[in-house]
Design a protein around this ligand. Structure first.
Ligand SMILES: *Cc1c(COP(=O)(O)O)cnc(C)c1O
Length: 372
């Protein structure tokens, strides 16, 4: 099956009793046992597994070309399962530009349990020198949040293989439509399905997908079932529903983002634009090599300070000033004030999740806001 077909069919189990075309939502938390004490329907208790979650995991595994997938109640819960699977005292390497919630999770929850080094993962020489004897995990986020930095997944995976280190790639920004880290040698892929996979800003979720079913994966499955940070059946249904249109939505997001990036890039009130599809972007060549297209996220520096940036964000009509990303509607956000006082994000940076509105409306709107 090709991507568009997987997106529509792989997460939809036909109901044999009613013949419903769309899989019903199974809200039952428990399932009847047979006379012999077994479970003839294959399900026991919804924390361990549920038909809607199984369907979601099925479509996720196939979209990423993986051997298996686990769904979680949020992207952060999915990431936490990876950190929890490591033995205390393990060392992890993570990118210096990274989703701030995961950086806070590592720094605040795993403080004293895991050792952490943040480096510029675009620099392979630096990566080699950061590896220690107890390094167990390299965390990749490409394109990264909020600077859209690009790391070479294949190069990092080959170094990690020489050193027996697991590589997990946060593929939230690229989505499986534009980038498949498992095919480039990564061991695990992580998603916040709250973003593009759900696609409509109305359901939280996260996922891990594995290249092979190994000991680490058994551990991840165990953490999912025993720690229980699992999505509700209705949330699984909504995410599966969103995924059906993912390939088409992503093409629209990328097309709009490319046009908006080009417009901003030549705007006199803009200092710099970060979009990996611009030939002037430092990660352009690597992005072109490992991505089918460059995605719907961009950020830019306005000429001025935080106050000026906030004023622009407030003056837009079609870009809602809100955090998060990946919905059909455009969002604009002043990242530094969301990330807090210890942020390294420039004060004049605005991040845009480019939605699926008509691009001419979006360009006119951002132009009038910049001109105020
Ligand atoms: C949102 C996000 C996360 C965290 O996911 P939640 O679903 O909010 O827990 C992780 N990584 C990236 C890149 C994100 O955008």
């Amino acid at each position: 099956m090709k991507l568009e077909t997987i997106a529509i069919h792989a997460g939809n189990q036909l109901d044999e009793t009613t013949k419903a075309v769309i899989q019903p939502i199974t809200l039952s938390t428990t399932f009847e046992r047979g006379e012999d004490g077994n479970y003839p329907g294959g399900f026991i208790y919804t924390r361990s597994a549920n038909p809607n979650r199984t369907s979601l995991e099925n479509v996720l595994a196939q979209l990423e070309g993986g051997a298996d997938a686990t769904a979680f109640s949020s992207g952060s819960a999915a990431a936490a399962a990876v950190f929890q699977s490591l033995a205390p005292g393990s060392h992890i390497i993570a990118p210096d530009d990274m989703y701030h919630g995961l950086r806070n999770l590592i720094n605040q929850v795993y403080r004293g349990i895991l050792e952490i080094t943040y480096i510029n993962l675009s620099d392979i020489v630096l990566l080699k020198s950061a590896i220690r004897s107890n390094t167990k995990l390299i965390w990749i986020e490409t394109p990264s949040n909020p600077l859209l930095k690009i790391s070479d997944i294949q190069a990092i995976a080959s170094i990690s293989k020489e050193n027996n280190i697991t590589v997990c790639c946060d593929n939230t920004f690229a989505t499986p439509v534009f980038q498949n880290p498992l095919r480039l040698g990564a061991d695990l892929v992580m998603h916040s399905s709250t973003k593009y996979l759900g696609g409509h800003s109305d359901v939280m979720g996260g996922a891990l997908i594995t290249r092979e079913k190994n000991l680490l994966w058994e551990r991840v499955r165990q953490i999912q079932g025993l720690a229980g940070a699992v999505p509700a059946p209705f949330d699984c249904y909504l995410t599966v529903r969103g995924i059906k249109t993912l390939p088409y939505r992503m093409r629209g997001h990328a097309e709009n983002a490319r046009k908006l990036a080009n417009f901003l890039n030549s705007h006199p009130k803009v200092e710099n634009v970060f979009y990996p599809g611009l030939a002037t972007h430092s990660g352009y060549e690597t992005a072109k090599k490992q991505m089918k297209d460059f995605g719907g996220m961009l950020s830019f520096l306005v000429k001025g300070d935080a106050k000026k940036a906030l004023k622009i964000a407030n003056a837009t009509q079609f870009f809602t000033q809100a955090t998060s990303l990946g919905g059909v509607e455009s969002l604009i956000e002043h990242r530094a004030s969301v990330e807090g006082p210890d942020t390294k994000t420039p004060q004049n940076l605005l991040r845009i999740s480019v939605g699926l509105e008509n691009i001419e409306d979006l360009i006119l709107d951002i132009d009038q806001a910049l001109s105020l």
